[in-house]
Design a protein around this ligand. Structure first.
Ligand SMILES: CC(C)(COP(=O)(O)OP(=O)(O)OC[C@H]1O[C@@H](n2cnc3c(N)ncnc32)[C@H](O)[C@@H]1OP(=O)(O)O)[C@@H](O)C(=O)NCCC(=O)NCCS
Length: 375
């Protein structure tokens, strides 16, 4: 049987760091609340467009795999914060990489977009449609954050990571997975302002209000990720003892702790980035996996468990068998342009731009969502 090994990995974190203290300069919050409730200390704010983060991560992943853009047969761009909708973002990556032979499409399942992309890329390799794939998870959440809402503004950051998959006869890459969606809860995480229907109300793009029921998302995330984790272990016939590392989606340290406990993983088996990057939506899990490999936490041939969840509410768990190689074949010289501003300056610029359209508030208030009952 054909499998899809992960043969290249790369990340791109924008350099500007937004601290809890920075957030407290314009929000009624403080370091103690954010740290104890979420485990977060810092997050990154990008000075470039999302696609630039994606391309830089992709170049690093390609070099790691010892491959060139022209070798690629598929590019999957996982994101819910695309720079534009038409043309899609994956084609922009393709153009910059010179991947002239590749198919290219975007996937949006919110924070699980990379993980769903990983499943799609793996399946297309297994079925012989393509022989390799580049899967990207990237988000520029700072541009559509509701910066006046402390319930959400402290939780998110920007970033990107990419992985190269290649066909192999060895049983590596994704060896078991579970994908699901709790659509009955889709209204508890909604970014009002992103989408065509808002244009009809005269809401400028980027002017957002977040509907966010943190406690309910928390409950469903813990339930969904732990159930999915247990399910993939059962499907593969392994236990937590067989797993070297758990690399979860990182939306809140308390969610991670609860999932790890229910899935039977000790703290030493769980890889964390939440303290330094917050929640980067679809970039979170792949950035964490890249760092885990870079830090030597993923031994050759070991099993990695990756549970995730996101808006929708989508959820997933992947069991990944790492290959023999844990070091890059080549290094890349891809770099972002220097950032001339602090993260707080970048955020204050975004806040000022949004105020220009502040008179749209009543239109948001008029648009209250009531989900249609199921058919
Ligand atoms: C959002 C979250 C951190 C809130 O933690 P919590 O312990 O549930 O906190 P609560 O919702 O009970 O809020 C407690 C109080 O803190 C306040 N609060 C919320 N954000 C705050 C902040 N940044 N600073 C200070 N106080 C804050 C609330 O307004 C509330 O005040 P009230 O009791 O006067 O109404 C937590 O629910 C969570 O992580 N949820 C899931 C996040 C998530 O899934 N994100 C993305 C999905 S991929």
């Amino acid at each position: 049987m054909t499998h899809a090994a992960i043969v290249g990995w790369g990340k791109c974190l924008p350099p500007a760091i937004l601290t809890n203290q920075d957030l407290a300069t314009f929000l009624p919050t403080d370091d103690e609340w954010i740290t104890t409730r979420t485990g977060m200390k810092e997050r990154r704010i990008s000075h470039v467009r999302g696609i630039e983060l994606a391309i830089t991560a992709a170049r690093r992943a390609l070099a790691c795999a010892g491959m060139r853009g022209e070798d690629l047969e598929l590019i999957i761009y996982g994101s819910c914060s695309n720079d534009e909708t038409v043309p899609n973002s994956a084609s922009g990556v393709q153009q910059q990489l010179g991947a002239t032979r590749a198919a290219a499409f975007d996937v949006n399942t919110a924070c699980t977009s990379f993980m769903y992309g990983l499943s799609i890329g793996t399946s297309m390799i297994r079925t012989g449609v393509v022989r390799n794939a580049l899967v990207i998870g990237v988000e520029l959440i700072s541009q559509y954050m509701d910066w006046d809402n402390r319930n959400v503004a402290v939780l998110f950051g920007d970033g990107a990571a990419a992985m190269v998959l290649r066909e192999t006869e060895q049983e590596t890459g994704v060896v078991a997975e579970k994908l699901q969606c709790y659509a009955d809860s889709r209204q508890i995480l909604r970014v009002r302002g992103m989408g065509t229907m808002y244009a009809n109300l005269g809401v400028p793009f980027g002017q957002t209000r977040w509907d966010f029921d943190g406690q309910e998302i928390f409950r469903r995330a813990v339930h969904g990720m732990s159930e999915a984790s247990v399910e993939v272990m059962r499907r593969k016939g392994v236990t937590m003892d067989d797993i070297a590392l758990v690399v979860p989606h990182q939306a809140n340290l308390r969610i991670i702790d609860a999932v790890a406990k229910r899935a039977g993983a000790g703290a030493d088996k769980v890889f964390l980035t939440v303290q330094k990057y917050g929640n980067m939506s679809s970039a979170t899990a792949p950035v964490a996996l890249v760092e885990a490999v870079e830090e030597g936490r993923v031994p050759p041939g070991s099993l990695v468990l990756m549970p995730a969840f996101g808006g929708g509410l989508t959820l997933s768990a992947h069991l990944i068998r790492w290959g023999d190689r844990v070091t890059p074949l080549e290094s890349s010289d891809a770099e972002l342009p220097p950032c001339p501003k602090t993260a707080l300056e970048l955020v204050n610029e975004i806040r000022a731009q949004k105020r220009i359209g502040a008179d749209v508030a009543p239109r948001f208030d008029a648009l209250r969502f009531v989900e249609s009952p199921p058919a």
